[in-house]
Design a protein around this ligand. Structure first.
Ligand SMILES: Nc1nc2c(ncn2[C@@H]2O[C@H](COP(=O)(O)OP(=O)(O)O)[C@@H](O)[C@H]2O)c(=O)[nH]1
Ligand SMILES: Nc1ncnc2c1ncn2[C@@H]1O[C@H](COP(=O)(O)OP(=O)(O)O)[C@@H](O)[C@H]1O
Length: 205
């Protein structure tokens, strides 16, 4: 049987909801069998962030050159910085039959929905807006001014929530990870069933 193309998994959610924390937890688990696509950004590295591991850190000129060359699957500007997904890595990995996990904001996810409607879209939601603020402030990585901008953006992002296939509340990290893994498993079952029935129809059975 031909190798099925991998599944593209998109995780979005407002800044501070815990996407990074949940993603790191997912990838620390031994049974994780999807690949993380490292994004490009023009944002300054935070303390402890490593180029090529957390992000590929680029200048605005480098980033704009990549856009021109068509090297990004999607890109967006978020609170003053560019963020984007390298196209070649995603395509090559999916082509090899492996799943790819993207952690991106909502504008980028909408671009992917237009290009790859068969991707799986999961929105990570906070238990409440006040809890979101607490997490963002508690992380302590942004200035007050940037936190205010990110919270204003969060309200717009939450309005996009209903467009996603699934909404997972990040109450407890492990709970959110278990739900995400269950969703991915269910999507694989769905795709296998569709493929099986489709093939049997083609064979005229
Ligand atoms: N569109 C898009 N968004 C991204 C990409 N990589 C990261 N982001 C999103 O950009 C936003 C800001 O990221 P970052 O500055 O690292 O802040 P944090 O996610 O709050 O820690 C978050 O919503 C990320 O999920 C990408 O490749 N494309
Ligand atoms: N389920 C959770 N409960 C409480 N705090 C959380 C939870 N998930 C993440 N956090 C904390 O919230 C802050 C923001 O998390 P982070 O993963 O950086 O969010 P994002 O990547 O969505 O911006 C961090 O300090 C993190 O430790």
């Amino acid at each position: 049987m031909r190798k099925q193309r991998g599944l593209l998994i998109v995780l979005s959610g407002p800044s501070g909801v815990g996407k990074g924390t949940v993603r790191k937890e997912l990838f620390s688990q031994a049974n994780t069998n999807y690949e993380y696509s490292i994004s490009m950004t023009t944002r300054q590295p935070r303390e402890g962030e490593i180029d090529g591991i957390d992000y590929f850190f680029k200048t605005r000129e480098e980033f704009e050159a990549l856009i021109e060359l068509g090297g990004l699957l999607e890109h967006a500007e978020f609170v003053g910085n560019y963020y984007g997904t390298p196209l070649a890595y995603v395509n090559d990995t999916l082509e090899a039959g492996r799943d790819v996990f993207l952690e991106i904001e909502v504008q980028g996810a909408a671009q992917i929905r237009a290009k790859a409607p068969d991707a799986l879209f999961i929105f990570l939601a906070p238990p409440s807006l006040s809890e979101l603020k607490e997490r963002l402030v508690g992380r302590g990585t942004e200035t007050e001014d940037i936190i205010a901008k990110r919270i204003a953006t969060a309200r717009e992002e939450l309005e996009m929530m209903s467009l996603y296939d699934y909404v997972v509340e990040n109450d407890e990290v492990q709970n959110a990870c278990d739900k995400i893994n269950a969703i991915i498993k269910a999507e694989h079952c769905r795709r296998e069933r569709v493929e099986k029935i489709y093939l049997s129809m083609l064979r005229g059975e």
